[in-house]
Design a protein around this ligand. Sequence first.
Ligand SMILES: NC(=O)c1ccc[n+]([C@@H]2O[C@H](COP(=O)([O-])OP(=O)(O)OC[C@H]3O[C@@H](n4cnc5c(N)ncnc54)[C@H](O)[C@@H]3O)[C@@H](O)[C@H]2O)c1
Length: 447
Amino acid sequence: MNKENNSPNSRREFVKQGSIIAGGLIAAPLLSQANYFSGAVGEIKVALVGCGGRGTGAAMQALLTKQNVKLVAMADAFRDRLDGCYKTLTADDISDWGGGKGNVKQKVDVPEERKYTGFDGYKKAIAHADVVILTTPPGFRPIHFEEAINQGKHVFMEKPVATDPAGIKKVLDAAEIAKQKKLNVVVGLQRHYQNSYRELYKRKDKIGDITSAQAWWNNDGVWVNARKAGQTEMEYQMRNWYYFVWLCGDHIAEQHIHNIDVVNWFKGAYPVKAQGMGGRQVRKGKDHGEIFDHHYVEFTYADGSILNSQCRHIPGTMSKVDELLIGTKGTIKCGAANITTRDGKIIYQFDKKTENDPYQTEHDELFAAIEKGEYKFADGENGAKSTMTSILGRMATYSGQVVDWDKAINSGINIMPKTYDWAAAPPVLPDADGFYPVPVPGKVKYF
Ligand SMILES: NC(=O)c1ccc[n+]([C@@H]2O[C@H](COP(=O)([O-])OP(=O)(O)OC[C@H]3O[C@@H](n4cnc5c(N)ncnc54)[C@H](O)[C@@H]3O)[C@@H](O)[C@H]2O)c1
């Protein structure tokens, strides 16, 4: 139950993933459809940027909505990833992807001239669409989101939405422009679109004021893509992106954001500071870049309440992906989907038979709004601030210092490369033995 939705069949396993401080829903003024999509009568055109596991899944979910949706353009850094995705989307049978409804191939209209590769392909793909799906590694999200909003497109983008404070600022600025332009933005913090979380959220006042919370993403970890002969350093890092902070944000951002975000959502606030500890004890080979394999962070909110957050990628250890909120009158257990009094009496139990697939619901609700000409979703700001929370936690574990939200978000720290080119040097390089520098608490200083 703690796998992400990036592989065939994993949609069946989701059951508990997470979305918005503002509740996802905003006032929904009806606009003229002409403002909203440009295609032939009723056709909503989609471009996919980032054609990996999640991009393939998200494109499929967009094409499985009730609306007349067509995939018209695709962009990926690598041609083989784009081809793999195209093959899946045009297959006769997509049941392995959990679609279970035959296929979506009639809805894929991406001829060779609308398949784009390399670092700049996104701009061209975005130009063809009404709605853009952004599913690359998160380091690129700020520039891709900014471009989509500048081009006046609705957006579905995956979490996290950045890997550094400079990226967060870019996303917050673009989210503000999206609001002015009334462009719907959904962020893949899918618990906001999941029935159990929505029902718990509606009843959160039953537990009084939330005074503390716990969040876990503890499991085995993820794939490794070993170095291949002939790859430039940039290509190697792009293929093995999980292990590089500029691309991934470390797993506290890449996965644990889901749980941290739930606590922010239920609290209706973001932490003011964080301190914590972490390191790499098991996953520390040449293939494992620079990220930690465990983080433990104490986040403090303005009202003094604490979120204890832990995430670990170590095989053979306790596996748990969940959130717990403790209030003055009771407790919300998200995994169990119930609410208890302080003495343990269950006062609300969500009926798990009524659980939905939030990955599909994100798209169902987004495309229904777009079809009706409604401006309904502004997830960008929360997506950025929950991503910032996870970055704050990472800054705390890397430095071993107490890190202040305002200082961090306004720091301008930018860890992205200056140049995007296969021959360019990424921001972090291996030593002569092939090992990457790993953050050392006490030595890393941000301010
Ligand atoms: N909400 C969820 O449960 C969930 C589940 C899985 C993944 N995700 C998120 O989706 C994103 C992608 O994850 P994934 O598992 O699909 O990874 P992936 O490696 O399978 O796919 C990423 C794709 O993006 C491409 N890419 C990289 N840089 C690019 C660029 N600059 N321009 C165009 N394409 C580029 C890669 O070549 C690759 O094909 C991540 O942010 C991840 O956190 C979310």
